[in-house]
Design a protein around this ligand. Structure first.
Ligand code: SF4
Ligand code: SF4
Length: 386
């Protein structure tokens, strides 16, 4: 069960890598000081009384160095013990040393890292040498017992190699989360790598089938989330709930934003940790108001959609930032979400009408005599019993 409250800490927007489609790094970014972490502690002491997850994100959070984590983790963990803090980190792992891994292991910090598939393809998109550097960090993480999952960014180029990419993750038994490349707001040619929503929808259905064929050998987190949405009728990740007020990000200078994706954009600052703002004070900021307007817009724009309850219009960043803050549509990945939700929902209904669901086998098996593919019910069991 995910914690209801999520605070992303962005120690810096700097990053030693230069991925082609990156939209978030900033070479001149400052680094967060421990005083800012102390301000975070003071801010959150009385802010909200829910279990919290802190995710260190970037840029590249390991640029903050061992000393930062040696001080920050006990501060957050002990001073906010009433919120039962849990931790996570999203990093390319290039700068992971045994010293930092030891500190992270003490606080059981799961790591998310990024690899786009086999080395050649990955390095084409993320830069030469990227793969080897990340794998070096991965080995250090594993040697210290840290859990690592992989985010695979699919671009309009790499999606042509989806079979090879899936097999790469399967063979290596990596836990996989996919990410569609977004138009880069910092690029002169923002659509260069972006994955078209229809291609993303096809990819989700392709991966659903691949997942079902290999249920005991791989974990695809996005498919798990989509299934959970359909089965529970509630969103279980930020993309599919109203995220405002449940997710915040703190930038290197202590500015508070609605999410890490907005960090570094002055018009999306909601407040400052040193002022320890209350929820009510943050809700008066222009950034909060725009996020809230998006929720109202979704209620109207998506009112005929049967998936509204557990989709909530997708990610507001995807929807409103590319238009310069103007609310002119829902998340452009709507067509992909619709496709995946429809596919999962239809298969689930068919299986429930068909006696074969009792043994977990789908009726979508193709030619007589073909080997049976496990059905959505098997996947639902797997997801819900975890
Ligand atoms: S803006 Fe998008 S990525 Fe950020 S918390 Fe909201 S849904 Fe998640
Ligand atoms: S699938 Fe599309 S129309 Fe339906 S709720 Fe999500 S964004 Fe709105």
């Amino acid at each position: 069960m995910k914690n209801p409250f999520h605070v992303m800490l962005i120690p810096t927007l700097g990053c030693p890598a230069h991925c082609s489609y990156c939209w978030s790094s900033d070479a001149g970014s400052p680094k967060m000081s421990i005083d800012t972490v102390r301000d975070v502690v003071t801010w959150l002491k009385e802010f909200r009384n829910d279990r919290v997850t802190f995710t260190f994100h970037g840029g590249e959070p390991l640029l903050a160095g061992a000393d930062f984590y040696r001080q920050a983790l006990p501060l957050l963990s002990q001073e906010l013990s009433h919120l039962n803090p849990e931790f996570a980190m999203q990093s390319n792992l290039w700068l992971l040393t045994p010293e930092i891994a030891e500190i992270l292991a003490q606080y059981q910090v799961p790591l998310g890292t990024s690899i786009d598939g086999p080395e050649e393809l990955n390095d084409l998109q993320r830069g030469e040498g990227y793969f080897a550097k990340t794998m070096r960090g991965y080995e250090i993480a594993r040697a210290h017992g840290l859990r690592v999952s992989f985010i695979c960014t699919f671009t309009n180029y790499s999606v042509r190699f989806r079979e090879e990419i899936f097999n790469f993750f399967l063979e290596n038994r990596f836990r996989l989360k996919l990410h569609p490349a977004l138009p880069s707001l910092r690029d002169k040619n923002p659509e260069q790598w972006a994955l078209d929503p229809d291609e993303y929808g096809d990819l989700l259905v392709f991966l659903l089938d691949k997942y079902l064929d290999n249920l005991d050998s791989i974990e695809i987190m996005n498919i798990n989330d989509l299934c959970r949405c359909i089965f529970t009728r509630r969103g279980s990740v930020c993309t599919f709930v109203n995220c405002t007020g449940n997710t915040f990000a703190v930038g290197p200078d202590g500015s508070i934003y609605p999410c890490y994706r907005f960090v570094g954009m002055p018009e999306w600052v909601m407040g400052q940790v040193r002022d320890a703002p209350t929820m009510e004070e943050l809700s008066c900021s222009g950034a909060w108001q725009r996020m809230h307007q998006y929720e109202k817009y979704v209620d109207e724009a998506c009112k005929e959609c049967k998936h509204l309850r557990y989709c909530r219009g997708g990610c507001p960043y995807n929807a409103i930032v590319p238009t310069g803050g103007k609310i002119a549509g829902v998340d452009p990945h709507c067509r992909a979400y619709t496709r995946a939700f429809n596919e999962i929902g239809t298969r689930l209904n068919d299986e429930m009408m068909n006696t074969s669901f009792l043994d977990g086998a789908s009726s979508f098996q193709g030619a007589p005599g073909a080997q049976k593919r496990p059905g959505i019910m098997r996947l639902m069991h797997k997801v819900l019993l975890r």
